[in-house]
Design a protein around this ligand. Structure first.
Ligand code: NAD
Length: 355
């Protein structure tokens, strides 16, 4: 089968890690008899330099006509001017909106080999295997905002419709069915009206999934329990801003930013897959970035957009194997003598992908 993949390297280490993820997909193609056709397109700072826009129309068109999108990262000091009218992050917000990516999934799985890399105690971390599902196109980031009283009072509006809450809840419950069968819905229903609608809606949606264990949790309690008992969570689902904060907190459980993948899903099968890290300008161009987050994002792409579960597992197994054999990029190495480059990490993972 032929699959069209839009390849958006972006800025900094983005193109370096995405190149390795694409190689791994090619290797999956050879091992399992698929063909991946890559369509490179511009996004972020490079796109601004080349076209004046962080998300050129051709990029959005290439993504819309693809089966899935693989993205590196955007941004960097060259474009870090808060007063500029065109900024790299507009590429990210634009693509989320343009593709209707309403659910952002961030899995955090504790790798026993890297348990020492986290700041949290191993006995607390052991067994952690959770996914945060964050609503991505609604809430306070998209509600009405402004200033009044001559600019001395500012407001932002958290707004959600029942339909927006329902669809992301369904994503979370469907995911839980493929995992350990538990959903934790996170809100601030003791204070916020939008959270009361969220809780009311979640309670109704949960009734359609009697096989999935379900609980509500206030966001402040969730922030605490993520650090205290992370292994007890399976799927956590929450609104946009709470999710923004909790996903960063959850990602630190795993130790390195370079290890973690993410998926952003639209209706249907189209999805955008990217490592959670940024463009890491401090190490860009040196060939030392960890490509594992990007490669595990490609595994999520295989699973969630293409429905290729065996292929996704083959990539995840290959990553585990390379780490178990002791290979490390600089960010996860305990001593400098064992450090390998971005490309070598890609080579080793490719070699271990088998049908
Ligand atoms: P960052 O994630 O780029 O880097 C944070 C630290 O982690 C750096 O020390 C970096 O070297 C290290 N790091 C990150 N990914 C790594 C990898 N794969 N391998 C090894 N080390 C890695 O975050 P930042 O420094 O806050 O942001 C840098 C730029 O990236 C900014 O312009 C920011 O706006 C942008 N950014 C983009 C995204 C995105 O595209 N989704 C996300 C976050 C930040």
């Amino acid at each position: 089968m032929d699959y069209q993949i839009a390849l958006l390297g972006g800025d900094g280490i983005g193109p370096e890690v995405i190149a390795q993820a694409a190689r791994v997909l090619e290797r999956v193609g050879t091992a399992f008899g698929h063909s991946f056709v890559f369509k490179p397109a511009l996004i972020g700072g490079y796109a601004i330099d080349a076209t004046g826009s962080a998300l050129p129309d051709e990029t959005l068109a290439a993504c819309r006509s693809a089966d899935a999108v693989l993205l590196g990262a955007v941004g960097g000091p060259k474009w870090d001017n808060p007063t500029a009218t065109v900024r790299p992050e507009q590429g990210l917000l634009g693509i989320r909106k343009g593709l209707g990516l309403y659910a952002n999934l961030r899995p955090v799985k504790m790798n026993e080999m890297l348990i020492g890399a986290s700041t949290i105690k191993p006995e607390v971390l052991r067994g952690t295997d959770l996914v945060v599902v964050r609503e991505l196109t609604g809430g306070i980031y998209f509600g009405e905002r402004g200033r009044r009283d001559d600019g001395n009072t500012a407001y932002d509006t958290m707004i959600y419709s029942r339909a927006e809450i329902e669809r992301v809840l369904h994503t979370a419950f469907r995911l839980a069915r493929q995992r350990r069968g538990k959903v934790t819905s996170v809100d601030k229903a003791n204070v916020l009206e939008s959270s009361r609608l969220w809780r009311e809606t979640a309670t109704i949606v949960a009734k359609a999934y009697p096989d999935v264990a379900f609980e509500h949790l206030l966001v402040d309690a969730c922030a605490m329990h993520l650090i205290r008992r992370p292994a007890t969570f399976d799927v956590i689902v929450t609104e946009n801003m709470f999710g923004d904060i909790l996903t960063d907190e959850a990602s630190m459980l795993a130790g390195s930013m370079g290890m973690l993948p993410s998926a952003s899903l639209a209706e249907g099968t189209l999805g955008l897959y990217e490592p959670i890290h940024g463009s890491a300008p401090d190490i860009a161009g040196q060939g030392i970035a960890n490509p594992v987050g990007a490669i595990l994002s490609a595994a999520l792409l295989l699973r969630l957009s293409l429905g290729l579960e065996q292929e996704a597992l083959a990539v995840e197994r290959a990553v585990d194997q390379v780490l178990a054999e002791g290979y490390r990029t600089r960010d996860i190495a305990e001593n400098a003598s064992e450090v390998i480059t971005t490309t070598v990490m890609g080579d080793l993972i490719c070699e271990r992908v088998t049908a």
